[in-house]
Design a protein around this ligand. Structure first.
Ligand SMILES: Nc1nc2c(ncn2[C@@H]2O[C@H](COP(=O)(O)OP(=O)(O)OP(=O)(O)O)[C@@H](O)[C@H]2O)c(=O)[nH]1
Ligand SMILES: [Mg+2]
Length: 205
């Protein structure tokens, strides 16, 4: 079993020039605006760390959190990481020039931050074939280095039918929801997702 040992806010930065020094392996959470990135970080850490909102465009900076894991089968080892909450793609309610600047800052960070070991692309389970997600996936594939990995995780799984959850879980997809009770045993939810992030951060394969 993997547990969260500690989780705390570090800092918010406008761009890569202002992020903390490289110290731990990092996981960057990205996806469409309002897909549930900030909520996901709170759910997975079991803390209220990131600010979420029903209104898209809530996260506007690069937000750093320190997150330590505990592996119950290897209790002496420490597994410290940084979680990075990012602004969403496709938020339209600001001027084009501001939006372009945000996207430039965001891609500059994603392309050049050497400590990122894992990209987590969050996709709304109700809308799995959106063009914007295909674009995010393709862009990630292009920038992903040999020492980095990409994980896709489906959010808001309480909003789809039990049949759809079953079909996704058959394909070994990673499913997440604010309501953990909707998952049948073995279907996943928080512990399966936590394990996948832990492996992605700390193990080469
Ligand atoms: N029903 C349901 N709602 C969710 C779930 N996860 C997130 N939400 C809701 O979706 C909305 C957006 O969540 P956020 O976590 O702010 O989304 P975000 O991707 O960080 O959004 P931006 O920062 O604006 O890009 C909020 O109203 C959340 O309560 C979920 O698993 N189930
Ligand atoms: Mg957010």
């Amino acid at each position: 079993m993997i547990k969260i040992k500690n989780a705390y806010f570090i800092k918010s930065a406008q761009n890569i020039a202002h992020v903390p020094p490289v110290l731990y392996p990092e996981v960057a959470f990205l996806g469409r605006s309002n897909v549930g990135k900030s909520t996901f970080i709170n759910l997975i850490t079991g803390r209220k760390l990131a600010r979420s909102s029903a209104t898209p465009g809530k996260t506007q900076l690069i937000n750093y959190f320190g997150v330590g894991f505990e592996d119950e089968t290897n209790k002496d080892a420490t597994f410290q990481s940084y979680f990075v909450d990012l602004p969403g793609f496709g938020y339209a309610k600001v001027s084009k020039s501001l939006k372009d600047q945000w996207e430039k800052d965001l891609w500059d960070f994603l392309c050049h931050r050497s400590a990122i070991k894992l990209f987590v692309h969050l996709v709304d389970s109700r809308h799995m074939d959106l063009e914007i997600d295909e674009w995010v996936q393709e862009s990630l594939n292009k920038i992903c280095r040999g020492d980095q990995k990409i994980l896709k995780i489906y959010t808001k799984c309480d909003k789809i039918t039990a049949n759809k959850r079953g079909a996704l879980s058959q394909k070994n997809a990673l499913l997440m929801s604010m309501n953990e009770k909707i998952f049948k045993p073995g279907q996943g939810g928080k512990q399966k997702v936590l394990k996948a992030i832990f492996k992605g951060l700390f193990y080469a394969d």
